[in-house]
Design a protein around this ligand. Sequence first.
Ligand SMILES: O=C(O)CCC(=O)C(=O)O
Length: 350
Amino acid sequence: MEEVERLWNEVRELSLGNNSKVERLQTPPTALQFLRDFVNPNKPCIISNAINHWPALSLWAQAQHSYLSRSLSSSSVSLHLTPSGRADALAPLPSSPSSLCFASAHVQRTPFPDALRLIASPDHNPAVVAYAQQQNDCFRSEYSALAADCDPHIDWATEAFGGALPEAVNLWIGNQRSHTSFHKDHYENLYAVVSGEKHFILLPPTDVHRLYIRQYPAATYRYSSDTGEFDLELEEPIRYVPWCSVDPFPPPEKLHEEVSKFPLYFNGPKPFECTVKAGEILYLPSMWFHHVRQSSGDGGCTIAVNYWYDMQFDIKYAYFNFLQSIHYRSPSLLLPEKFSEETDSDPDCL
Ligand SMILES: O=C(O)CCC(=O)C(=O)O
């Protein structure tokens, strides 16, 4: 099955480049350039100087986020709470810590000024990590008071995608304690950072086997404000979620074990890595796997707005499904027998 590994290399040689770097444009492309050079080849890029005209860039960075607190003083927003900053991520099963489940955050409607305080001062309550995000078009609903601060869509992208407006526009307000685990979306994503920095690790859809997608039972954190503690509850009846098994930053004491469990990730071609700074947009093509960390800007928050456009379910999608259906067994020397037995019966998709 070396053909699969040859595919990873060929895609880099023919299209993506071998330096694991994301191309950077100094000015926004025309719709035609964007379509020809990035959308059609399903290739990411970072665009600088694309949102300089947004009032958000200066208003949202005001000291103590005074503008945001004022504008949203009477709004409630969906706040995601976890003990570790890892929501929609794998966590040890409460009843059997040697097994993993897919853990979602405790989501709580919270007055915006309280949410902002929790996010911007993470040291006040180190046992709780708060991330304001809801991937349901929240920018145009919960945060509609901020509509005039950003463009309603990215015009050159809208034109390149055929004229339809974004399916969802989402706002993300977090701090350096929140990580988003490896996953992919069936959207074309234009991800604009307004404050702070976002650090992305990206892998093309061709590298699907390197993420060891497996089925995990779904669970949800429940937070009690009385005790200040979290419980992690398995969903009843049990529901399985296919999810990426790889954490690219395992704790040092687990590094050796993780490398031997996931050799295709750790020993394969270097993933694409990039930092998107305030004022820049990342084009994250549909079906690319991404892992996201963040560093806070002035005022202790990282703030971003992303635009999800419908993707084309075309021949690339069909090829991806075919590739994923191939049962790829890495050379037995690379894969410990125990893990291979546990997981090889489970060739599922995200
Ligand atoms: O910013 C994040 O934490 C995650 C972003 C993401 O996963 C997305 O835009 O699809």
